[in-house]
Design a protein around this ligand. Structure first.
Ligand SMILES: N[C@@H](CCC(=O)N[C@@H](CS)C(=O)NCC(=O)O)C(=O)O
Length: 203
């Protein structure tokens, strides 16, 4: 099996999941949007994005689908398959449409745009993204008031997925210090080596 990845938001989650589950993978560092690669990469993923999990002829894209598959292969409940599955899906969905959507805009503007040398977004776009991030981080903060993990009593994919942008908080200027429960929960998550340093030992 192969996992095509880069060091950006979503592939970072997929690599962290794979390392956490000790998935037997070959890791292929990729630049699918590089003009030199984009055409060829579309045969691996028509969206020309990473991560992609390749198992023989089968290619699976989307981080959530890859996490689901790797968890099944590992025989783990990291991807919950019991009565708590809807609760896990709730967090995955919420983070995609709300927290990570807002954080992703800030990440893209402050980390990716300077790297690929395109001009910053209009200030009003960033003000709105920051407002949305604060709104959703406040929701998460309240939810985490009396919880160690988002689903049940041990870590699940919901924790990794909701935390997608938090390892980039400094560079993306996410105001984590304002949300003490979120900050504590992410510190706890960062005690897991696979989450803290997913790329260690990879090229
Ligand atoms: N919905 C997809 C999004 C994948 C995506 O946006 N990947 C971005 C990185 S966050 C990408 O491949 N960008 C080009 C690159 O990283 O080189 C998922 O959840 O996997």
């Amino acid at each position: 099996m192969k996992l095509y990845y880069s060091r950006n938001l979503n592939p970072r989650v997929a690599v962290a999941v794979a390392r956490y589950l000790k998935s037997p993978l070959e890791y292929i560092l990729s630049s699918p949007r590089d003009p030199a690669n984009v055409g060829a990469f579309r045969s691996i993923n028509p969206n020309a994005l990473v991560p992609v999990l390749e198992e023989g002829e089968r290619r699976l894209w989307e981080t959530d689908a890859i996490a689901c598959r790797l968890s099944a292969i590992a025989g783990s409940d990291f991807w919950r398959t019991d009565e708590s599955t809807p609760e896990m899906i709730k967090w995955i969905s919420w983070s995609a449409y709300h927290l990570n959507s807002a954080a992703g805009e800030l990440y893209f503007d402050r980390i990716v745009r300077p790297r690929i040398q395109i001009p910053p977004a209009a200030p009003s776009v960033l003000v709105e993204a920051m407002h949305n991030f604060r709104t959703h981080a406040a929701t998460l903060d309240r939810e985490l008031e009396d919880k160690t993990w988002l689903v049940g009593d041990h870590v699940s994919y919901a924790d990794f997925r909701v935390a997608t942008a938090l390892p980039f908080a400094d560079g993306a200027e996410l105001p984590l210090a304002e949300f003490s429960n979120v900050k504590r929960w992410h510190e706890r998550l960062s005690e897991i080596e696979a989450w803290r340093s997913p790329f260690d030992g990879l090229t």
